[in-house]
Structures are given as structure tokens and as C-alpha cells.
Design a protein around this ligand. Sequence first.
Ligand code: AMP
Ligand code: FE
Ligand code: FE
Ligand code: ZN
Length: 282
Amino acid sequence: MRIDLHTHSLVSDGTDTPTQLVRKAAEAGLDVIALTDHDTFDGIREAKLAAERAGIDVLAGVEMSTQLNGNSVHLLGYGCDPHDHALLDELARVRVGRSDRVPAMVAKLSTLGLPLTVEDVLAQAGGASLGRPHVADAMVAKGYVATRDEAFAGYLHDGGLGYVDRYSTPLTTAIDLVHGAHGVVVLAHPWGRGRREDLPEAYLTELVFEHRLDGVEVDHPDHDDDTRAALRAFAESLGLLTTGSSDYHGLGKTRNPLGAHSTHADVHAEIVRRIRSRGGQP
Ligand code: AMP
Ligand code: FE
Ligand code: FE
Ligand code: ZN
């Protein structure tokens, strides 16, 4: 079994439709993928239909944009009831926060000598869950930078010259919302990109005991070998599930090919078992 539990479609900031994503996953020899678009379930239905035809399994997921002490933390929710009102309301609030600051980011970039309009950004998003990646794509389209990565590195990273802050869900609220929707909670790339200081061992322990955190993503392109080894050992000492994934974004993150990392079949089975036992929808 080859299992990749973190992928994006163009419903958020990937570049494949959910159907294309599922077909590519089947071609890459994967047996299971989780679709985990940012702050939306909108691609799940299409992905499930495509999966039936392609002969693979799609696990319903979402990647929530949360914050802890002002620092961004991503959380993967698996098997949530997609009609849970409390969770849906919160996801909508986050999406509005992500998109409402686009005019301010465009204005900042324009004063930096990189004129851009909101329409330019909307043209890149095509109705997707709008955010910084689409601002980056608009900058690429204008020829200001060569790639999305360059746009983030030069301007759009947290605190960057073109960055504008936005609402995101407090981390512990997000964990409780996913559990309230009968889902399983796995922290996405918790120690990637210098985030380790934000989520030290003592705090992760608190999340396990006070919020019943289910697992952490260990094998992820943002974690180097040492980080993976340290996080795996710590997670196992706490009885946390450990997952692996590509965080595939299509052409949006060219260094994350489908199946770049994978999740052990026993861990996948345990995630599905927990979802079923909680009344969720894998
Ligand atoms: P936003 O939610 O609008 O603040 O945008 C954040 C999203 O941008 C994240 O969820 C990532 O998918 C994406 N992102 C962050 N850093 C980078 C980067 N260096 N390269 C490409 N995408 C990135
Ligand atoms: Fe993304
Ligand atoms: Fe993420
Ligand atoms: Zn992701």
C-alpha cells in the first residue's frame, strides 16, 4: 500500500482539478490519497467520484490555517462531517480573512514598484479558496518573479514586504472543532521552516493530554532527516500517530511530487478506525 495523506487541488492552491489529482495519484502507483485543501471541503465530492473510477481511495481531509501566539500552524483534519455547522462557519471566517486582505497586499506591492490589481489576483485564483499563493501567481504572470517560491521568499513570507496579516483560528479551537465534527487531528509539518520553537515538546504534550491531539506529520518535505528522526521518537514516546505525505500542490510546489513521502498502512487504518468510531465520514 502507498498512502499519501496531504495533497492540494486547485480548489485551494494546487494546480490540478480534484479529478486530475486523483488520476495522477493512480498513475503514480498510490493506493490512497487524502485531499487536504486549505480551509475548504469543496473538492472532496469530485475527488471521491474520480477515485471510484480510478480504483484508488480518497480520504476526506482539510488543512486548517490556525495560529498559536501569532505564529501560523497548519492542522490536518481527517474524516470530518462536511456539514458540521461550527466547523463550516469557522472555515468560512478564515477564508474571508485570507481573501479580504488581498487588496491591502496588492497596494503594498504597488508602492514597492510592482503594480498589481485585485483583478490580476482573481484571474489566477479562478474561484479557488483565495490567498497569498494566488498573489504570488499574479506576480509570476506579470514577470516580477520567476516562481511562486521566489514571490514568497522576496515579498510574501510572514512579515515580508508584501505581507498583510489576517484572521486564523486559534490552534486549540481548531483541534476542538475537528473533534466536534467527529474527525481526527494531525498537526501538519509541525517542525518545518523554523517552526520547532513555536511547538516545543512540552506544548505538544499539553495538546495530547488536554486536547487529545491524534498525530503529527513526520515525513514531510519541510522536515530534514534529523528533524524527522527527533519528531518521530518524540511522537512515539507520547503514543501519537505519525504520518507521511508529499503536500503536493501540482505546479505550485514543484519540489513536492505525489508520493514524495508516505504513511504506513497501519497508521492509515487506525485513522480510519478512529473516524468511524467517532461517527465521522472517512
Ligand atoms: P495565506 O493563507 O493566504 O496566508 O497563504 C498561506 C499559504 O501559502 C500556505 O498555506 C501555503 O500553502 C502557501 N505558502 C506558504 N509559503 C510558501 C512558499 N514559500 N512557497 C509556496 N507556497 C507557500
Ligand atoms: Fe498550500
Ligand atoms: Fe501546510
Ligand atoms: Zn498543505
